[in-house]
Design a protein around this ligand. Structure first.
Ligand SMILES: *[C@@H]1O[C@H](CO)[C@@H](O)[C@H](O)[C@H]1NC(C)=O
Length: 422
């Protein structure tokens, strides 16, 4: 790519994003973020909620270690013991039942969502063998014990083969992350490829072929189904797809795995485009996207907006940024005084509205703020001279795409992100 075309696309993106900045400024306020964090810490208790919180806190507080950071492999540093992903892993390992999974759970996929947290803690506590053992047990469980569909999809449930869209967030990103940490490139390829194959198999099992409009069923196969188009299911799926994209693109296998990148972006683009078709006039999504009798569901609205900013950083496609901005503005207005995200689905039954705190919803809001921050860093880099702005853009674009050509320039940008923490 020539510098000229990069600059042109950069300016186009800048112009497209400009109105949003006036509306949203820096996103959520400091007080809102403090409340959101506190509610997440206070209420997360289920396995997938811990995994979601780990990912959210990583993105917002330790962006350089998240897969959205410029160069996360190998991790540039060990997290301190008081970082949330590490204290989470310590809690899980201290309380681990005598099972292969990290936590006792009827869901096969959900405990796995804590895998990156455990791997990061393994680096923080290099002399404690429990983190390595716990991770390897969990990996063995997912890889070799949990039942699989005929197409290879690893079941979301232990007791029978059943595919949930949620699983795309819980499992493939952890398989990929473990892969990217490996120094043996054959092993690395095996797990990165497994992550992509799982996404492909889940899409095959869950994409609604009867409507063929890009929406996914929520739960299929097994003893019952939720064939409806659950909003959060789409968020889980796209978020998982984008995290695997970032992991592959920033791994040492980025060249041998290059074939996977357009496949992953095409899956993500299809879902993002399909979901925003159903955005309501106030910016929200319904719990069941295409059902008029459904209700406003702000947790999925937040996660889909986050994914839309993340996707735009990869593809430069800004078509859905106005939808994400509108959604974010409504999210910002849906935070109660105490930091609770209002108008959410019950995270424990997925069909009914909920007055309590949805820990996953709290995490999605932090992911949205982090995604918006990174998108904004990208689109407002035109500040000093065009020259320095250009190199800042080039770094962000390269990092988002996993392009190693400007590797030597990444460090200044990592510091810049660090300074943008709220
Ligand atoms: C945990 O860390 C040790 C070294 O500190 C390393 O040898 C081991 O491979 C790590 N475990 C995993 C699962 O990455």
């Amino acid at each position: 790519m020539t510098n000229f075309s990069l600059l042109t696309r950069t300016i186009t993106l800048f112009l497209a994003a400009a109105p949003a900045l006036a509306l949203l400024d820096h996103g959520l306020s400091h007080d809102q973020l403090a409340g959101i964090r506190q509610q997440l810490r206070d209420h997360a208790h289920a396995s997938w909620e811990y995994g979601t919180a780990s990912e959210a806190f990583l993105e917002i507080d330790n962006a350089d270690l998240s897969v959205y950071g410029p160069a996360p492999f190998p991790p540039p540093r060990a997290l301190p013991v008081d970082a949330w992903p590490v204290s989470n892993a310590k809690y899980i390992v201290d309380n681990k039942p005598n099972t292969k999974a990290l936590m006792d759970d009827g869901a096969a996929g959900d405990p796995m969502s804590n895998g990156i947290s455990v791997l990061l803690a393994n680096a923080t506590y290099p002399t404690d063998p429990r983190y390595n053992a716990a991770f390897m047990d969990q990996l063995d469980f997912i890889e070799n014990v949990v039942p699989k569909d005929a197409n290879g999809a690893i079941s979301h449930r232990v007791s029978e083969v059943q595919l949930w869209a949620d699983s795309v967030f819980m499992v493939p990103p952890i398989l990929a992350y473990y892969g990217a940490l490996q120094t043996d490139l054959d092993v690395q390829y095996k797990y990165l490829n497994m992550a992509v194959s799982q996404i492909r198999a889940y899409r095959q099992g869950l994409r609604d072929e009867s409507t063929n409009n890009g929406l996914w069923h929520h739960v299929m196969q097994g003893s019952w189904n939720d064939a409806r188009h659950w909003a959060t299911g789409h968020g889980w799926a796209v978020s998982g797809i984008l995290r695997v994209y970032q992991t592959v693109a920033k791994s040492a296998s980025r060249d041998s795995m290059a074939w996977a990148l357009p496949e992953l972006t095409s899956y993500a683009e299809e879902i993002v485009a399909a979901v925003w078709q159903h955005q309501q006039p106030d910016g929200s999504l319904f719990n069941y996207l295409d059902e008029p009798g459904s209700f406003t569901e702000m947790s999925a609205t937040a996660l889909m907006a986050a994914c839309t900013y993340r996707l735009a950083l990869i593809t430069d496609a800004t078509a859905h940024i106005p939808a994400a901005d509108k959604a974010f503005a409504l999210v910002k207005n849906s935070i109660a005084e105490d930091g609770r995200l209002k108008n959410v689905v019950n995270p424990y039954d997925f069909t009914n509205p909920y007055d309590g705190v949805s820990p996953e919803g709290q995490g999605f809001v932090l992911m949205l703020q982090a995604a918006y921050r990174d998108f904004q860093a990208f689109s407002t880099g035109i500040d000093d001279s065009l020259g320095s702005a250009f190199s800042a853009f080039a770094d962000v674009i390269a990092a988002a795409k996993g392009d190693n050509k400007v590797h030597g320039k990444r460090e200044p940008h990592a510091r810049r992100w660090g300074s943008r923490h709220h």
